[in-house]
Design a protein around this ligand. Sequence first.
Ligand SMILES: [Zn+2]
Ligand SMILES: [Zn+2]
Length: 239
Amino acid sequence: MSAREPSYFAKCACGKFCAELYGEPFLMGGANCYCNDCVAACYYCDDKARKEGKTNISMRCADYQGAGAAISCWLLDNLRITSGKDQLRGFKMSAKSPLCRTYTACCCTPMIYIGQKFAPRWRAFNLNCVTRASDGQPLKPTEMSNVMGDFALKEAWDQIPAGQPKYKMIPWGLFPKVLAVIFLPFLFPGSTVKVLEEDRAVPGMFIDAAMVTEVVSAETYVAAGVRVPKALLEDKKGK
Ligand SMILES: [Zn+2]
Ligand SMILES: [Zn+2]
């Protein structure tokens, strides 16, 4: 079997981290997620880069306060991290969150944003990091959807220009595909996700979110200009 030629790369700002991506993105071409968690996570990584004097590739889709996070989804079968696995750092949006997001230690670039809990067979990358293998041009999705409006800051959501697709959650047409990919492993036990031993503890790949100790604070949400989730406020009271 010959090695597959990547169609895209996902690279951090300094180039230490690189993943090869094969074929085309899973689901829609790309999405701007406006949920509070994604927006606050963008702010967290950008703020970390600024404090550490590093130049990162931000995940924000636009330059106004509260704008969404630009994501590009890839099936596990269509991605391979070729360098910089050791640069991935996991963080969570609350202590109990089952979702591990990542940035690269080298340049604080947000990288793998949606891990195994909600996406057992795919991972969401920072769209702004994805370039075409043939000419190095950025991946320009044919379809770009603004999603999770129900969890968005109204002012940011209302700034989306008229005519651009907007969804309260995700486009309805995608549900069957998402559900199939989530439930296929359970329906067909033989098709379970293959986990390489070396990827078991890699943030964003297969790490157990309970092991992730870097937790975003309520102050981060406030600074990002979005609503602080109840879980974080209750965490604080409990301490
Ligand atoms: Zn880097
Ligand atoms: Zn989100």
